[in-house]
Design a protein around this ligand. Structure first.
Ligand SMILES: C[S@@+](CC[C@H](N)C(=O)[O-])C[C@H]1O[C@@H](n2cnc3c(N)ncnc32)[C@H](O)[C@@H]1O
Length: 269
């Protein structure tokens, strides 16, 4: 019989695979801004698009488990793209390490008349001060999380009905691979991926279900936007944007291929 890995072994493999994505110190020293940073303004636009056109399996899976006027715990909420578009939302508990993201979320929630309880901090460290909810969602967060088993366990322990995750099929920085090779001679890892998250959640005892689709929107609206982002992620001087544009065209990287988005969910007995 095939020996299956324990949850502890899968958790350790996730942590080890994720650490391979670290940026070598010599390259990081050249960074003009945080190569891993996310812009609240850019995520605000993403939330506004989701509010204008609420769609997709993640919202559907949260909505079908949400009682009328029920509560949602959104972990790594950003500006609220995965929760604010829900109809019948009684209360939103929004957790994020970034106060700037939560401020954008609260502005939109006030406009929509959705009561919000913001919690600034890192999940699961802030679980003790976070109220429980009917349904939890964590969208595009897990590739930031080395201690994945603790993250998932705390999420599941905080809900009465369902946990829903949304994530890209492979690491969200994978599209930059050819540019890392060109500008730094660095080969980026291929793991971990969404399959590893699903496998760990199953081995933790959750009845995981899964749905997959192409990302609903292109990653960038223009080549210039792509080059600006690539310079930041690759720790290149922003003045090298034109070189990045030329390389991306030569390497046949434009338009950037859409990732596949995976929705994983499980019900709490
Ligand atoms: C890529 S954004 C996704 C935001 C939003 N869920 C969405 O789908 O648009 C990831 C967010 O998770 C937050 N984050 C990352 N790790 C976290 C953690 N362990 N606990 C709380 N927030 C976290 C970041 O600050 C960021 O706002």
């Amino acid at each position: 019989m095939e020996e299956r890995e324990t949850p502890e072994e899968l958790d350790e493999r996730w942590r080890a695979d994720l650490s391979e994505w670290g940026i070598p110190a010599g390259i990081a020293a050249g960074a003009r801004s945080d190569p891993w940073g996310h812009s609240p303004a850019r995520f605000g636009e993403r939330t506004d698009r989701a509010l204008a056109d609420p769609e997709g399996p993640t919202l559907a899976r949260v909505a079908e488990a949400l009682p009328p006027g029920g509560s949602v715990l959104d972990v790594g909420a950003g500006t609220g793209a995965a929760s604010l578009p829900l109809a019948r939302l009684g209360e939103l508990v929004a957790v994020d390490t970034s106060a700037a993201m939560l401020a954008e979320l609260e502005t939109r929630a006030r406009r929509l008349g959705v009561p919000v309880r913001p919690v600034v901090g890192r999940w699961p460290d802030v679980a003790g001060e976070t109220p429980a909810a009917d349904v939890a969602v964590a969208a595009h967060v897990v590739y930031n999380v080395p201690d994945l088993a603790a993250f998932l366990t705390a999420l599941t322990g905080h809900v009465r009905r369902r946990v829903v995750l949304e994530l890209t099929h492979r690491h969200p920085m994978s599209w930059l691979g050819p540019l890392w090779a060109r500008f730094h001679g660095l080969i980026r890892p291929e793991r971990p991926g969404a399959g590893d998250v699903a496998e760990l959640a199953r081995r933790l005892g959750y009845g995981v279900r899964q749905e997959e689709r192409p990302a609903p929107l292109p990653r960038f609206a223009s080549l210039e936007e792509m080059a600006e982002s690539a310079c930041r992620r690759l720790c290149l001087d922003p003045g090298r944007a034109e070189e990045v544009v030329a390389a991306a065209v030569e390497l046949d990287m434009w338009p950037v291929l859409r990732d596949r988005w995976v929705t994983l969910w499980w019900d709490v007995e």
